[in-house]
Design a protein around this ligand. Sequence first.
Ligand SMILES: C[S@@+](CC[C@H](N)C(=O)[O-])C[C@H]1O[C@@H](n2cnc3c(N)ncnc32)[C@H](O)[C@@H]1O
Length: 326
Amino acid sequence: MVDEAAQALLADARSFWRTRVLLTMVELELFARISERPRSVDDLVEEIGADPRGMRILLDAATGQGWLEKAEERYRLAGSMRAYLSPEGEQCVLPMLEHMAKLWHDWTRLSEIAAPRTQPAWRHDHGRTRSFIGAMHVVSKGRAPELVSAVGPSSERSLLDVGGASGTFTMEFLREVPGMKATLFDLPEVVELARERLDREGLGERVRLVGGDYRHDPMPDGPYELALLSAIIHQNDRRENEELYAKIHEVLAPGGRLIIRDHVLEPDRTAPADGALFAVNMLVATEGGDCYTFDEIRSSLEAAGFRQVRMLQRDERMSGLVEATK
Ligand SMILES: C[S@@+](CC[C@H](N)C(=O)[O-])C[C@H]1O[C@@H](n2cnc3c(N)ncnc32)[C@H](O)[C@@H]1O
């Protein structure tokens, strides 16, 4: 497991997500508007020219944080927040939040102000991939044993790890199932990072590394008994996921299983709070990424030909597990 001090540092690094959602709610005067009367996303699209995807994800995240309540697709101020977040509230804090929203822009320049001529190497493109993939290993390695035990790969001997990064989950499967071989598919520059790690760990010979783009390239030839999509589907919109599921379905053996590890939202999309907040990360970082409910994931999997779709594990964080069978 990632130990407590490491978890605390990761939580500190991410804590600005919650702050940013709060400040955007303030900058767009959404608390003030919603305190007048409950509003739907469509209302706000019409009133302030909001982007529908952006507004839905933002308001669901704000609801997950307990600032709003959501019922029948309308958002209202949470009862316990009315005194603070309504302009008429007895203890209204909005002016201070507006001040903080202005300070945000100054604080963003802190590195540049402290050292104007320094450009850390990892900010450049190649370094960025390395630090992103390194970060994935840091957050995923503590979750890998639990995932493999929940999946229970008793008889499966061939694994396809799509978007497998530097091999964090692949390595755990190979260690647990001695006769297993794996194919790791990821972007070409990432596959090189996987090669380094797998060779270092003495597992390189049991893994076929294939560089490609899952949006445009076919999956590497199978058949596979097991396929894994860990922390992948949130990067894509529903259509892209459906196409990806269909490609994986093609290379799975009959009876083969696809395991999806990701945030799985409750039907109203505001819980778990971490999942609703992570959707904001996908809003700002991807064209069409999002977090999905179990029903959305199931219907896309079924459209791609999968059967017996079920939740293997629920989780407040990113380790929700969905299993689907060919
Ligand atoms: C969030 S990381 C997840 C890594 C790993 N599966 C895990 O759970 O730790 C997403 C991975 O998908 C890969 N990826 C993103 N877009 C891709 C694409 N179009 N084709 C192939 N891999 C892609 C990234 O390089 C990265 O390794």
